[in-house]
Every structure is written in C-alpha cells, then in structure tokens.
Design a binder for this molecule. Structure first.
Ligand code: SF4
Length: 315
C-alpha cells in the first residue's frame, strides 16, 4: 500500500511506501517505529479514514476483497463494523456533546434493535470493557469520566460492531502507567477471547513485546523488518530494530545499559537516498546510499529490508 499526502508547492509526499503485511485471525501484530515512521497513517488507511487530501494506491485485501477498489458505500459498511479502531485520545475521538451510552449504541440502533435491547447491549459492552456501574456510566458525557474509563468506553464503542479486526493506535499512551497495563491486559483478553485480528500501533517496544505475537517495524514510511515478535526482538535482522531494542532496557536480553538511538529519524519529505536508515546505521556502506534495500525473507517467516542483515549483531 502507498499513501501520498499534499506537500509544499503542490508536491506530493509519500508517507507510506509499499507497506505490506498480514494481520492473521486470532493474532496481535505490533506495528512499531519512531514517530513519523508512517505507522498511524498505515492504520488510518486500513480503516479507510486517511487525512484530507491523501491518495491511496496498491491493494488492501480484506478476506480476498480489495477495499481500495471497493465503492465508498462498501468501505463505509466495513468501517466501524468488520474493522474498528481504538484511537490514542478518546477525548478527541468521542463526541463531547453525546452521552457515552448513545455513542456505544449507535450501531445497534442503526440495526433497528428495540430501545430496551440497545440499552442491554450498551450495558453489556461497558461491562465487558471493565467499566464499573455501567447503567450509571452510560449516562455520562466523555469529559465526566477519567482517562482510563474514557478509553474503556472507546473500547466498548469499537466492540459494538463485533469487528473481526481491531486497530489500536497507541491505546495507552495518554494514560498513567498503572492504567496502561490494565488497558493492555483488557485488550489482550478481548483479542484472545474473541479470536480477533488486532493491529497494535505503538512506539513503545515494551508494550508490543508483552502483547504481540508478530511485529512489523517501520522506518520513514517503509517496512524494515517483520516476523514473530519473540524472534525479531531477541535476534533483530535489521540494524534499526537492533537499535530500537538496545534503546529499551526491559526488552533487552543482556544486562548492559540502555543505548539511545543515534541521530534523528528520517522524515518522508526528506528521505535519504537508498536505505533511509543509512545516516544512522553503524553497518552502512556505499551500496546503502545508492540502492534501496527490498524486503526479503532472511529465514522462515522472517523478513528484513537490509543489504547486510546477516551482519546485524545477534541476528
Ligand atoms: Fe544499514 Fe545498509 Fe542495512 Fe540500511 S541497508 S540498514 S544502511 S546496513
């Protein structure tokens, strides 16, 4: 998939460039990378809600159907039902003027269910999302709830359409640490219980290492590595993944101190030639500046976009 955004002086900036991966049923895939890597844009494109002025190309296969080629009505029908999203900031995503219960009940109401049944479903969804006293809380407006309860209300809203794919974009970033782990446990429980496919977008490797079975690592709008989470995080086959892992003490396998990532992330509007990571890469050489590495299978189920992946320490 490719996503272009309007740039300065009528140019187009490619913010997602040839990104390709699967999110299998009953699996959590962690989509990781620094800010500006294109991970949120990828999730929004999957949901069918790219920013104003964006153009999408390529294919977005949903049970064999290409949603990018589907008509707008079909895409609207999939959004919020078969594919739902939990946003980073529930205060911005929820309607501030509507009671929580009304927002969660939107899909059952659209389905023409009787009022009492809609109410029963809303209470059950809030209860499932771990909101205490759901009958009372459903009458609250978003600003009347704590950050953690708001995020739970958003999870209930996302579940209302009984989605098969849940997109969670930095779902715990705005919360304090104790609430973060409870929300993550809740999401992991719902994903496993319902056999959902879940794409967890996060800049936080610790979050992803706890929840995801597969990971996709993005840099400057492209995939640089993907594979089983445990293998990728223990034995990275791309210098960028290795640097990310070294920068986070909790996911390291050695006891050496954490090592911050060198340099600043490349931006899609000023992407270096060849491998976009080359200005920051300790293994870079002339070929890396001239030739863009393609994603290739380096071992069974492991994919890396590095000319010299076999030289990555610990790979
Ligand atoms: Fe580093 Fe070259 Fe591999 Fe890019 S292709 S990650 S610059 S070694």
């Amino acid at each position: 998939m490719v996503v272009d955004l309007p740039g300065p002086r009528s140019t187009r900036v490619r913010v997602v460039d040839g990104v390709s991966f699967d999110v299998p049923r009953a699996t959590t895939v962690g989509l990781i990378g620094e800010s500006g890597s294109g991970k949120t844009m990828t999730a929004r494109a999957i949901l069918g809600l790219p920013p104003e002025g964006a153009t999408l190309a390529g294919r977005l296969l949903w049970h064999g159907e290409d949603l990018l080629a589907a008509d707008p009505e079909r895409r609207r029908a999939v959004r919020g039902r078969e594919i739902a999203m939990i946003f980073q900031d529930p205060l911005a995503a929820l309607n501030p003027t509507q009671r929580i219960g009304r927002q969660i009940g939107e899909i059952p109401r659209r389905d023409g269910l009787p009022r009492a049944e809609v109410r029963r479903r809303v209470v059950a969804l809030l209860d499932r999302a771990g909101v205490p006293e759901p009958e009372r809380r459903m009458r609250a407006h978003p600003h009347e709830l704590s950050g953690g309860l708001r995020q739970r209300a958003m999870i209930a809203t996302a579940l209302a359409g009984e989605p098969a794919l849940l997109l969670a974009d930095e779902p715990t970033t705005a919360l304090d640490v104790t609430v973060q782990s409870r929300i993550l446990r809740l999401l992991a429980h719902i994903q496993a219980a319902d056999g959902l496919a879940m794409l967890l977008v996060s800049h936080d490797l610790r979050v992803v290492s706890h929840v995801a079975q597969q990971v996709v690592v993005m840099y400057a709008g492209r995939v640089c590595e993907r594979g089983p989470a445990r293998d990728v995080l223990r034995h990275p086959a791309h210098p960028y993944t290795a640097a990310l892992v070294r920068s986070v003490p909790a996911v390291r396998t050695s006891t050496a101190p954490a090592d911050p990532l060198p340099g600043a992330p490349a931006t899609p509007s000023a992407r270096p030639t060849g491998c976009a990571f080359h200005p920051r890469c300790p293994l870079a050489r002339a070929r890396c500046r001239d030739e863009t590495p393609q994603v290739r299978e380096t071992a069974r189920g492991r994919w890396s976009a590095c000319h010299f992946s076999e030289e990555v320490p610990g790979s």
